[in-house]
Write a protein that binds this ligand. Structure first.
Ligand code: ZN
Length: 85
């Protein structure tokens, strides 16, 4: 059985999916019984997800999705030539 210390040390590997199957199994087994480590992994997961999505970068007030969509429509709008013709 893993100790809380081992779970803490392996948490980032677990989230990176850089663990062999049996290690993940033991890890999850510990999480199933230990709320402390459950919370630790949840927090780490949120932090990792936030970093990955750029949530800590300054965001434009109207959101990046509208700008992306507009750029996409400009680039690939209905007037684009059909390559099959
Ligand atoms: Zn624990």
């Amino acid at each position: 059985m893993l100790s809380c210390r081992e779970v803490t040390e392996q948490a980032s590997d677990y989230l990176d999916q850089a663990m062999p199957f049996w290690a993940r199994l033991m890890f999850r087994l510990h999480l199933g019984m230990c709320r402390h480590c459950q919370e630790l992994v949840r927090q780490l997961e949120l932090t990792t997800a936030a970093l990955g999505s750029g949530a800590f970068a300054p965001a434009p007030t109207d959101g990046p999705d509208d700008a992306l969509l507009a750029a996409f429509q400009t680039e690939f709008g209905p007037d684009r030539p059909d390559p099959d013709h």
